[in-house]
Design a protein around this ligand. Structure first.
Ligand code: SF4
Length: 342
């Protein structure tokens, strides 16, 4: 079968076998271009040539585990962050609203205490923002509360779609719990967002594809986030390399071909510099709106905020919080590519 027919076949009937073959055979400039063009066209036809810009606040809960996920910055004690207080959260939402954002994700670590979340949702909704919740664990009755408060999406992330590997990288959580949460949200008809991590060492492409095929079954799926492994100093994975942006783009394209009209974004090792490539590959969403997070070092989120060259976007530290806004840089990319920002 020639490559173009293979893309068509994946588009009409995606299976593990043909998706794997597609990624394997996309190994030249011509084929990658064909794949990305096909995916971009599907995005245009199904969701338009548009970019939804997501903003976020982090962390709304600190992560408290006995055994932290081995790829995460929380694995390293000095990188763990205290949750924002309600007062700090209010200031964060004012900043995000004033920057003209339309949606915000409330991101937090693993922690049983969800008691502050309803108040935070109310603050964000009063600012007329669409709200997504990305934190664990979430109880069934909490989904009802979030829904009644007007939350649009809740994360139930597949992350690593293979039980043993999931347990290896995330020793304190269970893959089954994520699946149960996603199914419950589908029953309760609340939008599901789900992250698939790609590029973790010794996790093959078949595991990434398994994640995609699983997500395809979720009726309420709204947003698939493709997170490319980004090595963190001090973790057992610090010596591994992230994927190339082209490998990420190929998987974004596959996700678009399989999931057609769902929102798709890429994050992790691919930042604002890779945004044009992700859009060309079929993405329609990005976590590159204004955001607020607890400052990790005296310079902010990392020690790398530029001292020689001007950074890609402004980031300012006030009272221990980073206030950053990549949206102007995103606007320039979207203008150059003819994308409308939603
Ligand atoms: S639960 Fe989330 S925040 Fe906590 S260690 Fe794992 S990935 Fe990191």
């Amino acid at each position: 079968m020639d490559f173009e027919n293979l893309i068509e076949e994946v588009s009409t009937n995606a299976t593990m076998e043909n998706c794997l073959k597609l990624l394997e055979r996309a190994d030249s400039y011509e084929k990658v271009k064909l794949l990305l063009d096909f995916a971009g066209k599907i995005r245009d036809e199904n969701v338009g040539r548009t970019l939804k810009l997501d903003s976020f606040v982090y962390p709304i809960k600190s992560c408290k585990m006995k055994k932290y996920c081995i790829y995460c910055s929380n694995y390293v004690e000095k990188f763990r962050l205290e949750a924002l207080s309600i007062e700090e959260f209010r200031v964060a939402i004012d900043f995000i609203r004033d920057r003209g954002m339309k949606r915000v994700t409330l991101e937090g670590g693993y922690n049983e205490d969800n008691s502050k979340i309803p108040e935070m949702i109310k603050i964000a909704r009063r600012a007329k923002l669409e709200v997504a919740i990305d934190t664990y664990p979430i109880k069934s009755e909490e989904i009802d509360v979030f829904k009644s408060l007007g939350v649009s999406e809740v994360y139930a992330s597949i992350e690593i779609a293979e039980k043993d590997l999931f347990n290896y990288f995330k020793p304190e959580e269970k893959f089954e719990d994520r699946l149960r949460l996603a199914k419950e949200m589908c029953e309760k008809k609340i939008g599901v967002s789900s992250t698939i991590i790609i590029g973790l060492p010794n996790v093959g492409e078949e595991v990434w594809i398994k994640g995609l095929l699983l997500l395809k079954e979720f009726d309420s799926l709204k947003h698939c986030v493709i997170s490319s492994f980004n090595p963190v100093y001090g973790t057992p994975l610090e010596d591994f390399q992230p994927l190339s942006p082209v490998s990420v783009a190929k998987f974004v394209a596959l996700a678009r071909i399989v999931l057609k009209d769902k929102d798709i974004s890429a994050c992790g090792s691919v930042g604002i510099q890779a945004l044009p490539l992700m859009l060309i590959a079929g993405a329609n969403r990005a976590y590159l709106g204004a955001y607020v997070c607890r400052a990790r070092t005296r310079k902010g989120f990392s020690e790398e905020i530029g001292e020689v060259f001007k950074p890609d976007y402004e980031a300012e530290i006030r009272n221990g919080l980073v206030f950053a806004d990549p949206s102007k840089a995103v606007e320039r990319v979207c203008k150059d590519l003819g994308f409308e920002i939603l």
